[in-house]
Design a binder for this molecule. Sequence first.
Ligand SMILES: [Zn+2]
Length: 539
Amino acid sequence: MRYVLLSLLLFTAQLSTAQTYDRQDSLRGTITPERVWWDLTYYHLTVEVLPERKSLVGSNLIQYEVLEPHQVIQVDLQPPLKITQVTQDGKVLDFKSEGNAHFISLQKEQKKGATESIVVTYSGQPREAVHAPWDGGISWKKDEKGKHFIASSCQGLGASVWWPCKDHMYDEVDSMLISVEVPKSLIDVSNGRLVKTEENKKKKTKTYHWAVSNPINNYGVNINIGNYTHWHETYAGEKGTLDIDNWVLRYNEKKARAQFKENHRMLEAFEHWFGPYPFYEDGFKLVEAPYLGMEHQSSVTYGNKFANGYLGRDLSGTGWGLKFDFIIIHESGHEWFANNITHRDAADMWIHESFTAYSEGIFVEYFYGTDAGREYARGTRMNIANAYPVIGDYGINAEHHDSDVYYKGSNMLNTLRSWINDDVLWREILRGLGEEFYHQTVTSQQIENYISQKADLDLAAFFDQYLRDTRLPILEYYSKDEILNYRWTNTVDGFNMPIQVTIDGVARTLTPQAGTWQQEMGTVLVVDPNYYIAEMKIK
Ligand SMILES: [Zn+2]
């Protein structure tokens, strides 16, 4: 998620703010000594949601494997929530708190290779979402009938805003159980599969147990609580039968049943381009939420008002953006890029957003043709600022400044496809990423290396140009005496991307060099518009 429209507003505000980072940013954004020694294997999050008090009471069992012996473990939980107790094997442990980070002293000797667990008990009133999902937390809303409609959203902010966890993207549990207790008139929908429902007669509550059997990132974990109804469908996909479960407020069922047919088109297009849906074991769910939407793994949340476009608008300005439901397509695209392939550091957010923004055009292409899909991608250039590098600062859980992680990145990919100039290979690369980095957390460099290797091209300068520099390459040219002179300027050293052009109507490939003029016979130059570059005709 993290969207264009709000991002552009934020962008103006942030330009005037110098970037300063503090110790809390580092505790959140680095793999600290108290994190590096243990590998997450499993969470069992148990939480009671008390709507009238806007409170949570719960615990998280954190299971891990000891990689290197160490006696202090870091767990994150954001105030005003408070850790009430930490235990290991039933023994109460001491801990020191430093803002959102809590350092627990373990008494038991932590032996290399051992599987251990701690239980962190917590309670309080979590941060209330200010403007979900961008400025997240818990949304304590009411539906149109006055019933509670509650949801979590925490991308960027971090899952520790509502439950205690290892709040860094590099490490994911292998599986998770989420047990959510709510007033019995309400239903909780979380990630994975509903394995059990328990009624607690005395308390007049119900507990919903959701099991996730695949690795999951922290911000993907969610609760959605409301007066839901549900229907089940299946999709015959590349890996067999995929369960689809749709959860919407009762009074929206009719509209939802019509609009959510989009799920099937989404799966058809994305499995073709990106490979099998990455979480068959957990199924796919689309869940109505009291905000626009978010890529919660196997329970994508939806609040796009059961209409096409982005709240009825076309972010590309081409018309193609009204042919699909932006939230269903974009947020589900994240199942491949964000949930399957997950960045290790928030600085590499482009891995999530650029590929997913690219998936919008790929979806259009699948149903409306290559020209339509690429026109959509080009149309989204109007959202690019070129003010900050796409890749941010490492180690501080960086927030991106603007929407370039979406549409500059997607146009970089659309450009690269033209360079590779082999759509069969391009699709193999896109599908290959999902296989190579299946259920992994990765760095930008790993993705760049993979693409370079598969395309058999040196793309180092290309990626540096579009991801680590703000300058847009300029193709400078002029013709004199029926000779065309051309070169790249405004580029990093070594930028030498070839481009498909026509010269006097004849298709050609030119390989301009950075700074150095070259010549071809001819007068009228037309560049394939899919290259995201600037052109400057001089003299
Ligand atoms: Zn997104």
